[in-house]
Design a protein around this ligand. Sequence first.
Ligand code: AMP
Length: 307
Amino acid sequence: MSLIVVGSMAFDTIETPFGKSDKIIGGSAVYVAYAASNFVQPVQQVSIVGYDFPKEEMQTLISRGVQLDGVEIVSDKKSFFWSGKYHMDMNTRDTLVTDLNVLADFNPIIPETYQGTEFLMLGNLMPSLQKKVIEQLRNRPKLIVLDTMNFWMDTALNDLKKVIKLVDVLLVNDSEARQLSNEFSLVKAARKILQIGPKYLIIKKGEHGALLFNESSVFFSPALPLEDVFDPTGAGDTFAGGFIGHLAKTKDVSFNNMKTAIIVGSAMASFCVEKFGTQRLKEITKSDIDARLNEFVQLVNFDIDLV
Ligand code: AMP
């Protein structure tokens, strides 16, 4: 069983209505790896860090079954830095700073030991680099999932469309789906986006759950109503990690199994938001995950007598 995860490894500073973090560890590939490693190991990471990325954080990832052979360490540059500020509803945020640093001249190289992977998770990163990774794989994986964000729609739309054509599943949030399609209705947006090429589209709607589309069907997963949400950063990546982790574990890429996978993704994301950064993801155990999945089952379980 194998899963390659590509994305950023970063320092973040985050401001929410409830608090502010110092520089903490983040990055799309870090969140994906923490989530996915609960379901499948090894996770084969592809990323880049600078001299300032803590060795202990690398060790913690390794202890979770995350291989770092594909993570380049640049000795004279800083790691990627991102800073964001959330509004009162926590569903919307402003990016305050994106310092690409080492990411600016990243040229991902897939180690020979990663060849033959069955699952590829392209976490949020420059679209041209996501495409380069696909091109380096000698055998096309069974499933390629792509996550992206508005930043790349604003700055690299053509490259983004090229890579979207090559993947099986695209993950975006609702405002990104609208931006990409120029449609307000998410159903119309989904139809247009699926025409670009992917067979499946997942539209994340923050605390309002997530929609899974294919050409003819739609399925909905709620988000767990939580009393406290401290920090939504990484929730999308954590969702992606749970989603692909479940598919890789079960080796079943049918629409039916993707329904379960978006529930698993939603359950993992519900942990992520409970504390700042990756903290909560580092604490949870298999029994916490099982209990939370049961809460999801109960949340949507009902009987009806049709009249
Ligand atoms: P999410 O909240 O799931 O969108 O993910 C937030 C994480 O993505 C943060 O930890 C950031 O370090 C990382 N991130 C933010 N912007 C970018 C970007 N343009 N490219 C790659 N990673 C990013």
